[in-house]
Design a protein around this ligand. Sequence first.
Ligand SMILES: *Cc1c(COP(=O)(O)O)cnc(C)c1O
Length: 427
Amino acid sequence: MNYFSLNQKSNPVSFKDAVINGLAPDRGLYFPENITPLSKDFIDNLSEYSFEEIAFEVIKQFVGNEIPKNTLKQIVSETISFDFPIVKIKENIGSLELFHGPTLAFKDVGARFMARCLGHFNKDNSKHVTVLVATSGDTGGAVANGFLGVKGVDVVILYPSGKVSDIQEKQLTTLGENITALEVDGVFDDCQDMVKTAFLDEKIFRNLTSANSINIARWLPQMFYYFFAYKQLYKNHPNIVFSVPSGNFGNICAGIMAQKLGLPIRHFIAATNVNDTVPEFMKNGQYTPKASKASISNAMDVGNPSNFIRIQQLYNQSFESLKSGFSSYSFSDYSTKIAMKKIYQETNYIADPHGAVGYLGLEKHNLQNDEYGVFLETAHPVKFLDVVEDTLNLKIKIPSDIAELVKKNKHSIKIRSYDELKSFLNK
Ligand SMILES: *Cc1c(COP(=O)(O)O)cnc(C)c1O
């Protein structure tokens, strides 16, 4: 399968090169040249296939013959070796829990898939690849965990000192081996700027790639979630509306890809926090990126969502067709906390702030009688311990592996400037 750049100025490349490059030379995002729907028979009988079989069918056309079939099967089965349950909240609403992976957030699936693909492509290559990634919290842990011990790949994670939660920091600073954490004296935007500068710097003598959701190997496997939800629901609830808590819009964009593959999805809702660039766009068709604002759902604090351009491509750049299948709403921290309380009081379910934003999206949509709403619960509430405990006035039981993790010593290298990053990378 070939991928072209959405900036249209670079030549199409193979799956392998798209994964290794991350971004096209013209700075555009890669997009598949063809999307072939799966057979109706397969989709109508989804309940008869295992999660592994479904995931393999969904991803195989996007990899083509660049990874042998049995290797790809192995990669897929290692990627999704945990549960993806739907927990019933109300008669017509379910929570699709995507936090049962090792770092307790949905990014594990993309990070694990990408790590294994890169490991495969690099196994006979003496030249190391360095994955350079900036994180506001969850990406760092998922990438560190996914890439730990992968041969030929070094991982360098930049995170803003004091701005990530204790658990998030321990997830990315305690692994060692091929993972290095750089603790930046600054905010997330400073980390991201340093990473971008490094990618453009010809005087960095390493093979750099990115592991943010711009990378197709992190973006595409997220299609699995929507198929897994449909498999569990369609016999009783065929008309599913998905509400996806969105930041960089990679997850929801994968959902729209799943729909392109023939999955019957009634409607998409992109639910955001106060960072409302896309909800504003949906009102008037004007795209105005903004500086990101801090919120209690911090993994979605993005003012210029990089994947929105892929979503527009999926709707053929038509505002009218986008509006018919996709809505987007923004919610304040105040409404998010009220929703967390309401969900807990009415149903006993503990939602994290991101999931609660997704829930609010369903409320705003006003489900029709024949519709079933699914919100994606993208992180375990324990990852946002302080907010959840304060809002709900309760104590959350800490999973034993997290309790162990918090006891470990952190190892980070403090940096203050781009020059310090550069000398680290060139040393
Ligand atoms: C990254 C993240 C999001 C946002 O996902 P996008 O694909 O960037 O829209 C939502 N919730 C949690 C918990 C996350 O870590």
